[in-house]
Design a protein around this ligand. Structure first.
Ligand SMILES: [Zn+2]
Length: 310
């Protein structure tokens, strides 16, 4: 934030930002903070948060602010929305200053929409700020990525998130909830901690069984698809990340682990685990697509099983 503030004060504000956020860590909040920064009526201590411009931005009602989000009942941002945005950006700002577009989630743009946006990114009208928020930027074309200045929103430290959750939601086992969700405080705030921990315990039991060569991928996939699938996929993603971190994956094990039981583990290799992680994220972001979720999930779960010895 300090970096953006100095860039703006020095007149070196980039015209396109890509905020790369861990899901649920406030990338969208930072996007609107950036909009306030350039639209605030008190440039000397922008964003002040108090002036009418700042308040209109936080209510998403500023005339020179254009939020672009997926159309209702869709997870996709369509080409018509991007064309409309380009036309709006070409007009002079109502208040004679900046015009700001916030595209969130930018990785929700389909291919046509992304191509249309490229034209605006290549020749942005003066005093334009385009803010793209994405949790999986690799889903965007490289031509778009190369035209944006990237900001990474790291997950906040666990203790800070626990303190915030206790203050806003009351006491609960928040540290365990965050461990399950992968330090995504906004996701945690929206969850029922008791139910979430029960679900996570059940899932981890299923996943351990599958990774150990037992379990029933079809039954697990069926059960997971029935309730809370997005939350379960977040847990699955985090379970894989933790496994990689703990050195439980062949090819990534520290020597002392490698020497023990996992040395000859025929389970997925480190590369296969990363590929699987990508596939889980992909499924998570395409949940509204007309696909058979249970079948797609079952295929992913099968990739956990150790290969049968030949
Ligand atoms: Zn202000």
């Amino acid at each position: 934030m300090q970096r953006l503030r100095s860039a703006f004060a020095a007149g070196r504000m980039p015209h396109a930002l890509l905020i790369h956020e861990a899901p649920g860590t406030g990338g969208e909040w930072l996007a609107y903070w950036s909009a306030q920064l350039v639209l605030c009526a008190q440039p000397s201590h922008a964003p002040c948060g108090q002036c009418p411009a700042c308040r209109h931005v936080s209510q998403r009602q500023h005339p020179d602010l254009m939020p672009v989000t997926p159309a209702a009942e869709s997870a996709q941002i369509r080409i018509e929305q991007v064309r409309e945005l380009a036309a709006d950006l070409a007009l002079t700002a109502h208040q004679g200053g900046y015009k700001v577009a916030v595209i969130c989630p930018a990785d929700g743009m389909n291919r046509f929409a992304a191509n249309a946006l490229l034209k605006t990114l290549e020749e942005p009208p003066p005093r334009t700020l385009l803010v793209l928020v994405a949790s999986v930027p690799s889903r965007l074309p490289a031509t778009i990525l190369s035209r944006c200045q990237r900001l990474r929103v790291p997950a906040p430290p666990r203790e800070a998130a626990v303190a915030w959750l206790e203050a806003t939601r009351g006491p609960a086992e928040w540290a365990r909830v965050l461990a399950v969700l992968g330090d995504a405080p906004l996701l945690a705030a929206a969850a029922d901690p008791t139910a979430l921990l029960a679900t996570a315990a059940e899932m981890s039991h299923d996943l351990e069984a599958l990774a150990g060569g037992g379990g029933d991928a079809a039954a697990s996939a069926e059960r997971w698809t029935r309730a809370d699938l997005p939350l379960r996929l977040a847990c699955f993603e985090n379970w894989l990340t933790e496994r990689i971190r703990a050195g439980l994956v062949p090819g990534n094990a520290p020597p002392e682990v490698r020497a023990s039981t996992h040395s000859s583990s025929p389970g997925p290799t480190i590369k296969e685990t990363f590929d699987l992680l990508d596939a889980v994220r992909e499924l998570r972001s395409s949940l509204d697509a007309p696909l058979n979720r249970s079948v797609a999930l079952e295929a992913l779960l099968r990739r956990l099983s150790p290969r049968r010895a030949a």
